[in-house]
Write a protein of this length. Structure first.
Length: 292
């Protein structure tokens, strides 16, 4: 059974490439050169060659601020491509697993966000990701939409590596403290994805249309996340709290991104790690700290 993964050079795609699949599965991870999801001809050729049972769409336009200027590019990747992807998945009776984002909620509820909460995206990135979801829900026969948050990985640029890099040249850093959420290791997302597919295969039940949240357990803010990174890594760089308003980013950021993963945990009996534990594992695996 073939599983195709797009976005092979991204954080989740790279983790999927490094991960051993279950026995019945062959995972084919393709970067943009091998599979450009914005080109329907390319999609159809890849599907014709591999005839997948599952397609994991890990390709995305994720440059949140730049999206405010590169509007067409953001919509082409995050929204319009999902029309062609849905069509080709239907043609090959293939189940789509698509990654989305906490940005689609943009609610200040002060309670963990559930899949039943309304969506109210603000900004090009958030709106393009929500439109991609809507395209899947309107067109795709079999799908799982997995919303996640604050993703980091040893592959590609991320907050953890940025903090470690900046600490080498700065004694102190200003970090936003009024955005609440849960950092999520891309390896954990990849592992959960493979486990979900494995269980669907075991049940011989691919006919699914579901939206799930998935993030590491617990909650924090970006400033405390940075403090934890430095504490684990034994770095003395001081963190000063600042507001989202004073950070003055070009694109809107949700102040509340805490996701409830209760639905996906119950459905697939997932053991979801605490964000602190996954961060410790990440720093150990990248040689920034000794294993603890």
């Amino acid at each position: 059974m073939n599983i195709i993964v797009s976005g092979g050079n991204g954080q989740i795609g790279s983790e999927l490439k490094a991960m051993a699949p279950f026995a019945q599965a062959k995972v084919i991870v393709l970067d943009r050169d091998a599979l450009d999801i914005t080109k329907s001809k390319n999609l159809r050729a890849v599907f014709k060659k591999f005839k997948p049972s599952f397609f994991i769409n890990a390709a995305a336009y994720t440059k949140v601020d730049l999206a405010e200027d590169e509007i067409q590019s953001a919509y082409d990747v995050n929204a319009n491509a999902l029309i062609a992807i849905s069509d080709v998945c239907n043609l090959y009776d293939c189940c789509l697993l698509h990654y989305s984002t906490d940005y689609v909620y943009n609610l200040n509820t002060k309670q963990a966000l559930k899949e039943t909460h309304k969506t109210s995206p603000k900004g090009v990135y958030a709106e393009s990701k929500r439109l991609g979801e809507k395209n899947i829900q309107a067109l795709c026969n079999k799908y799982i939409i997995l919303r996640t948050s604050w993703v980091y990985s040893k592959y590609g640029k991320n907050f953890v590596d940025t903090m470690l890099r900046l600490s080498k040249t700065h004694d102190s850093l200003n970090v936003v403290s009024d955005q609440i959420g849960s950092p999520t290791h891309a390896r954990d997302i990849a592992s959960a994805s493979i486990r979900i597919i494995e269980q669907l295969v075991a049940k011989e039940s691919f006919s699914i249309q579901e939206v799930y949240n998935y993030s590491n357990a617990g909650k924090t803010n970006w400033a405390d996340f940075a403090r934890k990174i430095f504490k684990l890594a034994g770095i003395s760089c001081k963190i000063h709290n600042i507001s989202t308003h004073s950070y003055n980013a070009k694109a809107h950021r949700p102040l509340w991104s805490l996701l409830s993963s209760a639905k996906i945990r119950a459905a697939y009996k997932l053991d979801i790690p605490l964000w602190e534990d996954s961060l410790n594992d990440y720093l150990s695996s990248t040689g920034n700290i000794d294993a603890q």
